[in-house]
Design a protein around this ligand. Structure first.
Ligand code: F6P
Length: 762
């Protein structure tokens, strides 16, 4: 750094000196030229004004008068004197002082006498710089000689020297100032941040970095560099945590699933093959915002769960490109590498027309299958046109997938969710060598409930094209097996949970989905987010002592209205909490294009308003509704600052908010209140479990949570964290893919001869 500063300063000094020398030289040259011109002009004027009287004196032979005249002009300012010559160059009259210095006629005088024309010259006389201006003299009839006016030109040299001196001194002052300022800038703005960054990197390398200080300190210097370093630091920290955890687990003789273990496991299982994931929702949406494009992560449990899996195994994820600037962000194959900050896998976007999206996504999937599978008392709507679009879009995705995997032998395909019930059959028909699993993220109802769907046979048949069908819990598997038994010609093996149909076997097993748990130990230097909850509330303009939180898409299955009623009942039953307990509902608007969802958003807002109006006092509010999409980073402080989290779904496949809340609480504090109608309730018996339809019971759970003994609270949270640690998202993916890869593809050999690799119309 010192060498850099010296180099920088020396270069600056040399540069500034050169510039100042050049500009001084120019200034001297300009000044000298103007002084010379001035002197020439003055000499000419003087010579011309005297010429008339000198000519008269010569004509009259009045040589004494002439001598007096030239003597009269001796030593005035810079005027040294004058001389008058006859046409042969002999002196007629000359100023006394000049006589000794100018004994012979100078060349410029001889030139005038010869040419009969005016001339001037700068020259030296007895080692002194002078200017001589010569004018020819005439009478009306003859040439009389020449008049020479001699000026001392020494002051021009003095002036030039003065300019040189002054500009040199000002240049020197500039150099000193610039060097000093540069030195200070280098010290404050470069050396300081670099030293802090080096210190920060040393702390990072030696593992002495508290997680609260992960942001790079060099932010003010080179923002893009600082961002990269911060990302690298995060990756390093994650890798170190994972390695430590692996080492700890190895020492304890256990084996927990981690990103590294999943990556290694997948590599071993996939070999030369690759993983392909298909879902409707994409993990990253590019949205146009004014003139710029921003990347958004949509509010989806599916996205939260699958992102770490794809990152671990560098697969390809096919999804509907639904962002307003999605088309501008892909290559010519409709692909892009994601995550944008740290690309790890390929996202292949599939484009849908408005009609397709309307019929397949809004219509059949979300007005038909969604309410059909969630027992939340919203009537499913089945339209033949929607069904047509649903089939067409499944075909479109099948074509895109076949295209993507045309060069991969024995690809492994994970189809996600109720948007693609027909896809497994379409894929297996064309690529029997592919191992295909479908994971159904929502509940599967009993056969009677499912039976109202006019296309139940086609949906079940599509699913039975898969080698493996996964649900969150065993009861959803049982419901599916019973439905298959009822609607299809098939053989069910109740012991191994398989369905045999048309020579193809589908295994139906539960795989409870989960989340990633960072499990970072709380360092004593970390400020406790729980202690910061009043600051969090202050940002929302609310003052309260206790904080409850709910995080959901605004969906009628989530029981948000029931939750608000429970908060109201709690405040009514225990008025001492009025002014003390605030419930923050983070609600991301979802599927708002559908009337049911649009109406629900208005209902939720009205209900929050009604309850707030009933209890509101001073700076306190019962419910704060934040109805816009929040990023994980924005939600985390609420999870961490909350005394309790309310998950009151009326029916939910799993519910990852419950698991995310627990995963976030590395302070082992906070209480989870959880609906018994979620898949998560099976795995988290240490949550306070409630029937969300029972408003009094939920209200009572809120009180229990707030008044729970801290030790009990900690022990419940520890148990829940252990459960999630043991069954995390990597274990979910690892188990699902392991089981899929271990299945024997019984009809593959037969079909292999008939079907070549490659994509063809579905
Ligand atoms: O629960 C099913 C599911 O697909 C989730 O994976 C996800 O949270 C949610 O629905 C997303 O809904 P959408 O993609 O329609 O916004």
């Amino acid at each position: 750094m010192r060498l850099f500063s010296v180099r920088l300063i020396v270069s600056l000094i040399v540069g500034v000196m050169l510039v100042s020398l050049c500009s001084s030289g120019y200034e001297v040259w300009v000044g000298k030229r103007s002084l010379r011109r001035d002197m020439q002009r003055r000499s000419e004027v003087l010579a011309e004004s005297l010429a008339g009287s000198v000519e008269r004196d010569i004509e009259k032979h009045a040589f004494q008068t002439l001598q007096k005249t030239v003597q009269h002009f001796a030593n005035r300012e810079n005027l040294m004197g004058m001389a008058v010559y006859d046409p042969q160059g002999h002196i007629i009259a000359i100023t006394d002082d000049l006589a000794s210095k100018m004994t012979a006629a100078p060349p410029v005088v001889l030139e005038t006498l010869k040419e009969n024309s005016e001339a001037d010259a700068f020259q030296r006389l007895a080692n002194q710089p002078v200017h001589i201006c010569v004018l020819p003299l005439y009478s009306p009839s003859q040439f009389l000689g020449a008049l020479a006016v001699v000026h001392d030109a020494g002051y021009i040299r003095d002036q030039s020297m003065r300019i040189w001196r002054e500009t040199f001194l000002s240049g020197l002052v500039q150099v000193i100032l610039i060097a000093l300022i540069t030195l200070l800038i280098v010290r404050w703005s470069i050396e300081g941040p670099i030293a802090r960054t080096a210190h920060w990197m040393r702390a990072l390398r030696t593992g002495r970095m508290p997680s609260s200080r992960m942001a790079s300190p060099g932010e003010e210097l080179f923002p893009p560099l600082a961002r990269e370093v911060a990302t690298m630091a995060e990756s390093l920290n994650t890798a170190r945590t994972a390695a430590e955890r692996e080492a700890r687990l190895r020492a304890e003789g256990q084996s927990q699933w981690t990103a590294e273990r999943l990556a290694a496991d997948l590599q071993a299982r996939l070999g030369a093959s690759r993983l392909f994931v298909v879902s409707n929702r994409e993990p990253y949406m590019h949205m146009r915002r004014g003139k710029s494009i921003e990347v958004r992560v949509p509010p989806s449990g599916l996205v939260t769960a699958l992102e770490p899996v794809l990152c671990a195994c560098k697969g390809t994820w096919l999804a509907h490109g639904s962002g307003t600037a999605d088309r501008e962000s892909v290559d010519k194959y409709n692909r892009l590498a994601v995550p944008p900050d740290d690309p790890r896998y390929t996202l292949r976007r599939v484009w849908l027309t408005k009609e397709e999206e309307e019929g397949y996504y809004y219509g059949f999937a979300n007005e038909g299958i969604w309410p059909l599978c969630h027992i939340a008392h919203t009537r499913p709507i089945f339209r033949a046109e929607d069904w047509e679009q649903y089939q067409a879009v499944n075909r479109k995705f099948a074509e895109a997938l076949l295209e993507e995997m045309k060069d991969t032998e024995k690809p492994v395909v994970l189809v996600q969710d109720y948007h693609f019930a027909l896809l497994p059959r379409m894929i297996k028909q064309k690529r029997p060598d592919a191992r295909v699993a479908i994971f159904w993220h929502i509940p599967w109802p009993n056969p009677e409930a499912f039976g109202i769907c006019p296309w139940q046979r086609e949906l079940v048949d599509g699913l039975l094209g898969a080698d493996l069908a996964g649900f969150h819990i065993q009861s959803h598997c049982n419901n599916f097996l019973q439905t298959a038994d009822r609607v299809m010609e098939s053989r069910i093996d109740w012991e191994h949970h398989t369905v045999q149909r048309l020579g193809h076997k589908t295994t139906v097993h539960p795989f409870p989905i989960s989340v990633e748990i960072a499990d970072l130990a709380l360092s004593p230097s970390d400020p406790s987010a729980y202690d910061n909850r009043s600051a969090l509330l202050k940002n929302l303009d609310v003052e309260a002592l206790f904080l409850g939180v709910g995080v959901d898409r605004l969906d009628y299955t989530k029981g948000i209205l029931e939750r608000f009623l429970a908060v109201e009942r709690f405040l009514e039953k225990y008025p001492r909490y009025q002014g003390q307990f605030t419930f923050v509902q983070i609600g991301a608007p979802s599927r708002s294009h559908l009337k049911r969802y649009h109406d629900l958003e208005a209902e939720i807002e009205a209900e929050a308003g009604r309850i707030n109006w009933r209890f509101q006092k001073d700076k306190w509010k019962a419910i704060v509704l934040l109805n816009r999409q929040h990023s994980h980073q924005e939600i985390e402080p609420y999870y961490k600052g909350a005394d309790l989290c309310l998950v009151t779904s009326l029916h939910d496949g799993m519910n990852l908010v419950a698991k995310e809340f627990v995963a976030t609480r590395n302070d082992e504090n906070g209480v989870l209140i959880l609906s018994i109608f979620t898949g998560a309730a099976r795995e988290l018996p240490d949550a306070l479990q409630v029937n969300p339809y029972d408003i009094d019971q939920t209200a009572e759970a809120i009180r229990t949570a707030l008044e729970m003994d801290p030790e009990e609270r900690q022990s419940r949270m520890q148990n829940m964290r252990r459960a999630i640690r043991e069954h995390n998202i990597y274990q979910w993916a690892g188990n699902l893919i392991a089981e899929l890869c271990e299945l024997r593809l019984d009809n593959h050999e037969k079909a292999e001869g008939k079907t070549r690799l490659g994509s063809s119309a579905v």
